[in-house]
Ligand binder design. Structure first.
Ligand SMILES: [Zn+2]
Ligand SMILES: [Zn+2]
Length: 130
């Protein structure tokens, strides 16, 4: 996750946004005004792929989708409430891409997550604010 993305997400949380993952790639977003949006990167659970907010319906990468891409529930069974965050780190062999849990410290290779989602996990920049 880039510093820009981290700041955007921190701002949303400070504004009162709440996020709930139903599964990896399937996110429910509650806005401070009570509006709820649903994001699915996978099309699982009968959801259409993308976000159902105004911008998402127009195919714009919205900030809700950015959260679904860069965060996921921890996949360590004993870690009940941990959230994993997407990281990129430069190593001798190139760029290491992984998700890391802020609670238990488990890391999962981003390629495994991509296979699960069948969608790229590469950093997505905002095309437009809304
Ligand atoms: Zn959205
Ligand atoms: Zn964990």
């Amino acid at each position: 996750m880039t510093e820009k993305t981290r700041k955007k997400v921190a701002r949303m949380i400070n504004q009162g946004y709440r996020f709930r993952f139903i599964a990896d790639g399937d996110l429910s977003v509650l806005k401070p005004d009570g509006t709820r949006y649903e994001v699915s990167l996978t099309g699982r659970l009968g959801r259409h792929i993308g976000c159902d907010c105004y911008a998402g319906e127009k195919g714009i990468v919205c900030k809700h989708k950015l959260v679904a891409v860069n965060f996921r529930p921890c996949d360590e069974p004993t870690c009940q409430s941990g959230t994993m965050v997407y990281h990129e780190a430069e190593t001798l062999g190139g760029t290491s891409r992984f998700f890391e849990c802020g609670s238990c410290g488990k890391t999962t290779d981003a390629r495994i997550v991509e296979d699960l989602r069948k969608a790229p996990v590469a950093e997505i920049e905002f095309i437009k604010q809304f």
